[in-house]
Design a binder for this molecule. Structure first.
Ligand code: ZN
Length: 172
């Protein structure tokens, strides 16, 4: 099932996602649907907030069409960051048509659970590292525009307002 992707302006994007405490078929189903939604939107990563679910769930795939590399992530915590940083032109499925250079640690070590509740520790490099950091930010209610310089954000103001106005804001 493909979920509706929430766009900038939807208050759920500013909320913190809750820890998953029970590993059941519902969690597996959400992760499957998130992957499907992410592929349909040609995204590299997706956080559950972006589809209106406040749970600490992420899907990423920084592979290629020929050799996909889907990873399903539950309750992630960054336990180590490299001092070395990388600048990358990031996009976000909640911000259509906006890309901007963001600086992040090049390599991160992340502790997380797989969909069956097994604890994993994995080192992420390259695009996978950028994607996991971007998505963990989402789970904490942090958006990539929060990591831009104030000047860049002002330059994007008009575009941001357009997204906000067209986004269907669900009344809370
Ligand atoms: Zn995003």
């Amino acid at each position: 099932m493909i979920y509706e992707i929430r766009k900038y302006g939807d208050p759920i994007l500013k909320k913190k996602a809750e820890l998953v405490t029970e590993f059941n078929s519902e969690i597996k189903e959400i992760l499957d649907n998130m992957l499907e939604t992410m592929y349909a939107a040609n995204g590299v990563g997706l956080a559950a907030n972006q589809v209106g679910i406040l749970k600490q769930l992420i899907t990423i795939d920084a592979g290629t069409k020929e050799s996909p590399r889907p990873i399903k992530i539950v309750n992630p915590v960054i336990i180590e960051k490299s001092k070395e940083k990388t600048e990358y032109e990031e996009g976000c499925l909640s911000f259509p048509e906006i890309t901007e250079k963001i600086v992040r640690p090049s390599i991160v070590k992340v502790k997380f659970y797989d969909q069956d509740g097994n604890e994993k520790i994995m080192e992420f490099t390259g695009l996978e590292s950028i994607a996991i950091q971007h998505e963990i930010d989402h789970l904490n209610g942090i958006l990539f525009i929060n990591r831009m310089s104030p000047i860049k954000r002002i330059m994007l103001d008009k575009k941001l307002k357009e997204i906000k106005n067209s986004s269907k804001i669900k009344a809370k």
